[in-house]
Ligand binder design. Structure first.
Ligand code: HEC
Length: 183
């Protein structure tokens, strides 16, 4: 008996689904606003600006929200200048250090190792060579930040992965790792 009811149910469902289908017309649209989006008229004429067009380029010197300009160039001179002149705006405290440690573990430890001795998992498995120990490099907080901005030789830039504050937190942690290594 149950089986008969099930068959009836399937047949009725099919009838309901297909009986109203007309192949010459567009089918029923779920979420129609995904197919027919609202058109915004960006380039309408306007009397608000002298060139008469509503869409304007940003004024010169505009920066995107959250972006902090970085004045040092991506060159050897820029590196040297950052190394001697650039100082961290962050306070040295436990909170910044532990944030830095967390980010370092995510973004750097695979190559540089959790102690900063250059013995990350990729070094051990010989997947990436030439990774130095921080103890062997004459680095300052300015140079570390600079390297995070632009990368250096085989190391890529990390400026899109972490923002300015996070770069400084990582820098603080890198300098503390170096101190432990050279002790
Ligand atoms: C894919 C591997 C890799 C990753 C990931 C990586 N590095 Fe490097 N790093 C390198 C290599 C290779 C060098 C050596 C570059 C060179 O030839 O000077 C280097 C060099 C450095 C130096 C020394 C640069 C100098 O001034 O001499 C610092 C500091 C540094 N990395 C910090 C970091 C930090 C912090 C992170 C994480 C945000 C990181 N690295 C992520 C591979 C990596």
């Amino acid at each position: 008996m149950n089986r008969v009811i099930n068959y009836c149910f399937v047949i009725i469902t099919c009838l309901v689904m297909f009986s109203c289908f007309d192949p010459s017309k567009p089918n029923y649209q779920y979420f129609p606003n995904m197919y027919e989006s609202v058109g915004y008229e960006t380039y309408e004429e306007s009397s608000a600006f002298s060139n008469g067009i509503e869409a304007q380029l940003p004024v010169e010197g505009t920066i995107s929200r959250g972006w902090i300009p970085y004045e040092f160039q991506d060159s050897n001179e820029g590196y040297d200048l950052a190394k001697t002149n650039l100082l961290s705006p962050l306070e040295k405290n436990e909170q910044n250090l532990s944030q830095g440690k967390e980010l370092y573990t995510i973004y750097c430890a695979v190559c540089h190792g959790s102690k900063g001795d250059g013995q990350g998992i990729l070094t051990k498995r010989e997947k990436f060579l030439g990774i130095p120990s921080y103890a062997d490099r004459d680095i300052t907080e300015g140079s570390v930040y600079h390297v995070l901005m632009y990368g250096r030789n085989l190391m890529g830039s990390h400026s899109s992965q972490v923002d300015a504050k996070e770069r400084w937190q990582i820098t603080q942690y890198v300098m503390s790792l170096r101190e432990n290594l050279v002790k």
